[in-house]
Design a protein around this ligand. Sequence first.
Ligand code: HEC
Length: 328
Amino acid sequence: MRTRRFFIWTLACLALIGILAAVSFSRQPVTIHARIAEDGGFMPDSIKARVGEPLKLRLISDDVEHTFALGQSPMQPVVFKPGEPVNITLTFDKPGTYTFYTTTPSSLNFWRMRGVIEVTGDTASQAAEPPLYVRLGLDLDGEHESDEEHAELLNQPSAERGAVFVNQVPEIMLTPDYYISHSPMETFEELRDDPALQMLNDQDIWDVVAYIWTQNTTSAALINGEKLYQVNCAACHGENGAGDGQFADEMKAIAEKNNDEHGIQAPTDFTDAEHLLEAKPAVLQGLLLRGGMGTGMPMWGTIFTDEETWDLVAFLYSFQFEYQGVNQ
Ligand code: HEC
């Protein structure tokens, strides 16, 4: 009898210990180790979570300072250093595949440091609609190559000066549909050929183009675009867009050595009119979403929201156009 009671007690205790262990285990954070991309990046780089259930992560750096940034979310990037692990808790309200990545330029391949969190829930994740460049049938790899001569301008095109001529601009050119599907160069040429604008000189016409471009963004969008740019793009494209970020020289040297148009390239210089003035907004957005497929330009489609990509595109054109002075 006594042995039996002892046995039951032992079983009960073991069960209790088991339950406690299970509960505390489920509360244990998932540990993510980070090393520079060349040494493995984020480990593990694939994590599962459920909608509404807190996901605890313990971030440990094995070498240098890194960040943990989460795409498609308002979360601010979290910095963690060697010897100083950081715990964070994420909760997702929608199912889907979320990309985490670093914003610290820890090495040449820092942008390859990415991982995914697969979040499942009771509702199905929404099927994404195809990106705009696909819907418009644009060829991202040949759209804005052109050998045309660019008009030499004395002044940077200014939206404020262009605003003066707005009544002479055909209304259709002020619509968002026009903006997304025309490059500044095409817009310039169309305006230049318009008999109603014959009185304007080339500089005036470029000012009108700058004005049309400002009408398709807002100052809040430009501020957001600049913030995203400085965090995610400046390491390659440079703070001032001149293609001279901290990795630019190294990438340029690789490009020159390999001489392969599908391999690593020097980061684009956005202050050079050739690229931006020839590029339709939908193409820039497409390049941003898809990335350069081996050129060293990362793909951002899984990271930014649609709105963020348009904010970035609008901000990129500000390397060519003077937007100041126009009320938005
Ligand atoms: C790791 C370096 C790197 C980072 C970071 C990077 N880029 Fe790039 N980017 C490149 C390289 C290299 C090219 C040129 C090769 C190509 O077009 O694929 C390029 C090209 C581009 C182009 C195409 C330009 C054109 O006219 O053909 C756009 C647009 C662009 N980058 C935007 C961005 C934005 C916006 C960000 C930040 C969200 C960003 N890039 C971050 C390296 C980078």
